[in-house]
Design a protein around this ligand. Structure first.
Ligand SMILES: Cc1cc2nc3c(=O)[nH]c(=O)nc-3n(C[C@H](O)[C@H](O)[C@H](O)COP(=O)(O)OP(=O)(O)OC[C@H]3O[C@@H](n4cnc5c(N)ncnc54)[C@H](O)[C@@H]3O)c2cc1C
Length: 446
């Protein structure tokens, strides 16, 4: 019997495996991929250095292409560009495969056992508690593995969490919370100096287009759109024809593919009896920019701590694992919740309003950075801007923006005050009601 069995050796699963093994636990990590392919994920490959600092992780040079001091954000009409840069902050353009291999090696070096080419197919549930996982290995060989705690780290597919839907564990993603992405890695003649994000509610509805340089002569470009709004692959070609940094600049395609990002607040609770979900499987993604590598690693790190403590106490029921919810919500989840309100507001805007808002400087780049880092948004509403929006017949826009900021603060506090296990049902009802109100008051329908 293992102490912990983790399905999925992505950034969340590998981090958890390493930390748990370092604490002396008997850990099994499984992944459906071949060992040399672990880490090979369709991704934007960008990671803020602050995540690594928090985890005290230093990256070897082969795990990244370059480091950037910031990012540019363009308005739909391209007339306004916010340069989001701050002293001491930087972003890594990761070599995603090498980065994944590095995390896996750390886990293996810490003593975790690894089974590649092994799919988690289902949970073993006995007497209201998860007791392990049903695996299918190479050549279809089936195996049941028992563990004191089983972890779903299978990413956006949430293979194991979905099974617990009948006990109220898993939550479905709404379409507006699901970013459907298409991405290509391109060889280019010249490379833009900074990563860039392009907003456009017509050509990247509910999301954005990105161009992230990966060293000299290579860019990672793609877009995410709200599910059901458009076909991202078709829109991708339009962007390539439109953007000067891509048009007539591409010499080859290194890789192309798609993926899903769960862009929303975290799952209400990520634990059940003998069970934890981490990373994308527990919606641990920044809903504003869709980045989930750093927060998923944080999730893995915190989960290992809570599991080790629970095992030491000799009990792994839902209440004993509850500390994972509390710790995650207070370290990152509160920020996701607050930014989720802003996402709902943004998705309800059209290009005209985004153009005006950015041109009027309603949100400065420093404030945007602060919001992305801490979940609180400061506005810069001047008399001139008020007159301007009244003049274009949108006086209600600023009120809605102000309301958004207030709701962000309130929602943030809900998660900072994450409840003990016994008050969860009450909290969950309030959160769902609050989320509904956010849509009604500042979303598309408002
Ligand atoms: C197009 C795109 C662009 C993105 N860009 C960025 C970005 O620039 N920066 C950022 O921070 N985040 C980005 N993200 C999000 C980020 O990739 C995820 O949030 C992060 O990888 C989540 O980590 P994870 O470990 O939960 O899941 P994953 O990294 O997806 O890992 C899941 C692992 O589980 C394995 N697995 C799946 N099913 C099974 C099964 N049944 N049995 C066994 N193993 C299984 C998979 O093989 C995989 O190794 C992007 C996502 C997409 C789709």
């Amino acid at each position: 019997m293992y102490d912990v069995c983790i399905a999925g050796a992505g950034v969340a699963g590998a981090t958890l495996a390493r930390e748990a093994a370092r604490k002396g636990l008997k850990v099994l990590l499984v992944d459906k991929s071949r060992q040399e392919k672990v880490g090979d994920k369709v991704c934007g490959d960008a990671l803020g250095s602050h995540h690594l600092e928090r985890l005290r992780l230093t990256l070897p040079s082969e795990t990244y292409f370059s480091i950037y001091p910031g990012i540019e954000i363009y308005s739909p009409d391209m007339h306004t560009c916010l340069s989001v840069v701050a002293e001491g902050l930087s972003a890594y353009a990761l070599n995603r495969l090498e980065f994944g291999q590095f995390l896996l090696k750390l886990a293996l070096d810490a003593g975790c056992e690894f089974k590649p080419e092994t799919q988690a197919r289902g949970l073993i549930v006995e007497q209201g508690c998860v007791k392990g996982v049903r695996l299918v290995g190479k050549n279809g060989v089936k195996q049941d593995v028992y563990a004191k705690v089983t972890v779903d780290a299978t990413g956006a597919s949430r293979v194991l969490s979905r099974e617990l839907q009948k006990v109220g564990f898993d939550q479905e993603l709404d379409d507006d919370e699901t970013l459907v992405c298409y991405r290509e890695i391109l060889e280019t003649r010249t490379t833009p100096p900074l990563p860039a994000i392009y907003l456009d509610m017509d050509e990247a509805p509910g999301g954005y287009f990105w161009v992230f340089p990966e060293g000299e002569g290579r860019v990672n470009a793609g877009l995410g759109v709200a599910k059901g709004s458009a076909n991202p692959k078709l829109l991708f070609r339009k962007w390539v024809d439109k953007l000067p940094c891509l048009k007539d600049n591409i010499v080859g395609v290194v890789h192309r593919g798609g993926g899903i990002v769960p862009a929303r607040r975290p799952i209400d609770s990520a634990v059940w009896n003998g069970f934890i979900a981490v990373g994308d499987a527990a919606f641990m993604v920044n809903p504003l920019h869709g980045g989930g590598i750093g927060s998923s690693m944080t999730g893995g790190f915190l989960a290992a701590k809570v599991v080790a403590e629970a095992l030491e106490r000799g009990c792994v029921d839902e209440e004993s694992l509850w500390g994972f919810n509390t710790e995650y919500m207070r370290s990152y989840g509160f920020k996701q919740a607050s930014l989720d309100v802003f996402r709902v507001f943004l998705q309800g805007l059209n290009n005209e309003l985004i153009n005006y808002g950015l041109a009027q400087g309603l949100i400065k780049s420093g404030d945007l950075l602060e919001a992305s880092m801490g979940g609180s948004l400061r506005l810069n509403i001047t008399e001139k801007a008020s007159r301007f929006f009244a003049g274009i017949g949108k006086p209600g826009f600023l009120m809605k923006l102000n309301r958004t900021v207030k709701l962000m603060e309130d929602f943030r506090q809900f998660y900072v005050d994450y409840p003990p296990h016994r008050w969860f049902d009450e909290w969950r009802i309030k959160v769902r009601g609050f989320h509904k109100r956010v849509h009604e008051e500042v979303g598309r329908a408002s």
